[in-house]
Ligand binder design. Sequence first.
Ligand code: ADP
Ligand code: ZN
Length: 605
Amino acid sequence: MTPHQVLNQVFGYQHFRPLQNDIVDAVIAGEHVLALMPTGGGKSLCYQVPALIRSGCGVVVSPLIALMQDQVETLKGLGVRAAFLNSTIEYAAVMETEQALQRGELDLLYIAPERLLQSRTLELLQQVPVALFAIDEAHCVSQWGHDFRADYLRLEVLATLFPHVPRIALTATADPSTRQEIIDRLHLGDGHQFVSSFDRPNIVYNIIEKKDARKQLHGFIRRSYLGSSGIVYCASRKRVDETAAWLSDHGINALPYHAGMSTDERQKNQRRFLEEDGLVMVATIAFGMGIDKPDVRFVAHLDMPKSIESYYQETGRAGRDGLPSEAWMVYGFQDVAWIRQRLMESEANDAFKRVEWRRLNAMLGLCEVSSCRRNVILDYFGEVVTEPCGRCDNCLSPPETWDGTQAAQMALSAVYRTGQSFGANYVIDVLIGKVTDRVVQYDHHLLPTFGVGVELSVLDWRSVLRQLVAKGVLRVDMNAHGALKLTEDSRAVLRGEVTVALRRDRELAEGSRARKPSSRLVETPAAVSPQDKTLWDALKALRKSLADAKKVPAFVVFNDRALLAMCRERPVTVAQFMAIDGVGPKKCDEYSAVFIDEIGRHSQG
Ligand code: ADP
Ligand code: ZN
């Protein structure tokens, strides 16, 4: 079969996405490949299709053992002979899988790195034809990264033991130094690199100032995402527990997830999140890599992530099915202080801390920018973009700006005159002329700058200071307890040689304007056209009962995209059903009768 035939006849898709085709061809030709694609970009097909075409079994190395079962179930649902090996499997099942492998009865084998590296497994694999090695989440080889796995370093033996088997490394981590590390560590030599655009066009970005985080979140969910699945990220376990409880008390079905919970509880919540519709998972970043749920409609941050990389990775968990989704965040200076403190307390060396600090400042820059946010993100990952995207909050309703030159001068002079040794709150006290014990202790109530800024509120000043930091006119000293300090660029502002345009804080912004991005969500399941709504609900219920009977998540039966296509196209014959993108022969055999029946019932009356 050709790759295209496999795509149609096994996976039920009509077309390869950009790059998938090239990657598949290269791997089939036996080349080593590094594939970088954003989450939801369609990495799996890049090794699944070649594994079915090349002779032998495709071996997929993945650290995400919690996902293997679903991945394998999904493949079996397509008629692919797949199995997995990891520490959760019992001995008898291991034997069965090993024998199937030896008999040449497996197309794909998912395996945890530590299991693969056991000499017994390596010996076994040397006795059978191996179609390819796919190394998923390949950035785990990077010792600088947060997902580092020591076992991943040892994967270099694959190059020695299986010199003629193509290796395909896959990751959604964009950063160029990680890319090089993967190539070196896995000995990909001068194999092909395929880097797809990291843009996630179906995700709308929305970032606003933090006022009352929970209330803002509640408003956001109520407005557009009641009954949708979503993830809410918080910076601490305590905040996770509180937020999940608070949301539940306020009519939103929410579950907590963090590393302080027992493994059982965590797994139970993760399972429910995967299988049920419309649950909100409130989590720390422990709820991380490889959340393979395609229909997450929003990712909300109640606290600012520590870098654009983290932000992008976390928000990337929204909308893997390609349907409209939203990344929403509230942030404030307190986030910077909190991250700084944790960084200082960490054991990491100074070089690492400096790098992290720069990353944090870039993240703050993304929050404060008044131009297209998507472009800032893509630019950060080295993509050249020119046009504003039209699908972020700043594009949809450009923020107002004001001439903040004078305010900036006041702020800089307050920082200077208080000796560059205080944080934002103290500097604001001086600016607005608040007499506190501390201010008096340092005689700062006697400064000429004391009280010069009464015209602006504390919130306004916070916004001014944040923006000055984001612009590099001020900096937060990582070492000196987060004190604000002048920079090389401060002088020109103080002398009035440059003007400073500042963006106006979005007063209760999320009420009026955040509605806009959502109203553009043309295909969101919540926006299934009224005449399709009952059919949509019925198909979802049918999918759920089929999935429950098989004890698999709903999307293993069909994903939302396929259901949506069924609502739109209302197939009545098997041939029409088969033509739906996402319906292959196996699923057609299995499900066409019940689905056509259900669709028929809704189309007559
Ligand atoms: P990731 O890159 O995050 O691993 P997946 O491989 O899980 O992404 O693919 C994400 C989604 O896109 C899945 O639901 C998958 O079935 C779908 N998909 C991938 N390739 C295609 C294609 N060529 N046509 C239609 N859907 C596709
Ligand atoms: Zn934009």
